[in-house]
Design a protein around this ligand. Structure first.
Ligand code: 5GP
Length: 215
């Protein structure tokens, strides 16, 4: 299979509470999409309503560290006292099947993916304001004030790294944010270096050595 027949790896980051999960669900509800969500592994405690194997694979620190040693993660990071990581095998399998794989991960892990997967697309989701972010974390009601403050401090550190992403999308309204992300994904697919191999015959470039070089 040619590289460009593979699905797109889309990395979605943004501070805790910005609404990544909600935007992702809105994307998955759109017609004619081919997305799969990469379920991460974590050592954090399960929140009420979360399902093991669907929201995360919940494991002990010991098990997580063993998997790090065995090279089973595409990336992993520690976030406010817990490990989070992307299982490598599943991502590769889905990309090979032509699926668009969405990773919803924090910045440190995203930068590891940046180094390893050169053709991935990086999107940073921002809240309309800092107040909106605080109110969302507070409303979620799943964390203590202390953890909320830690997550806000972490958010401020993450904002400083947004410039490393390919796109910044504001989550003012969930469906608008999802529409913007869909537009980005469509445009990425149409990029010449990703798509020209499909048109070799039409464009008379069977023997052209430069095809697809203009990334
Ligand atoms: P939460 O505890 O709120 O579910 O997640 C905390 C942060 O960890 C969020 O920013 C979330 O996107 C990020 N996260 C979730 N899964 C992964 C992962 O596999 N790798 C990395 N690096 N971050 C993740």
């Amino acid at each position: 299979m040619k590289l460009n027949d593979k699905g797109l790896l889309v990395v979605l980051s943004g501070p805790s509470g910005v609404g990544k999960g909600t935007v992702r669900k809105a994307l998955f509800d759109m017609p004619d999409q081919n997305f799969v969500y990469s379920v991460s592994m974590t050592t954090r405690k399960m929140r009420p309503g979360e399902v093991d194997g669907k929201d995360y694979y919940f494991v002990s620190r010991e098990e997580f560290e063993k998997r790090i040693e065995d090279g089973k993660f595409l990336e992993h990071a520690e976030f406010v006292g817990n490990y989070y990581g992307t299982p490598l095998d599943e991502v590769n399998k889905q990309l090979d099947n032509g699926k668009e794989v969405i990773l919803e991960i924090e910045v440190e892990g995203a930068l590891q993916v940046r180094d390893k997967v050169k053709d991935a697309v990086f999107i940073f989701l921002v809240p309309p304001s800092k107040e909106a972010l605080y109110n969302r974390l507070k409303r979620r009601g799943t964390e203590s004030e202390e953890v909320i403050q830690e997550r806000i401090a972490k958010a401020n550190r993450e904002f400083k790294l947004a410039y490393k992403y390919d796109y910044i999308v504001v989550n003012d309204e969930v469906n608008n944010a999802a529409d913007r992300i869909m537009a980005i994904i469509r445009a990425e697919h149409a990029k010449t270096w990703r798509s020209i191999h499909k048109y070799e015959e039409l464009l008379d470039m069977k023997d052209d050595k430069n095809k697809g070089d203009n990334k």
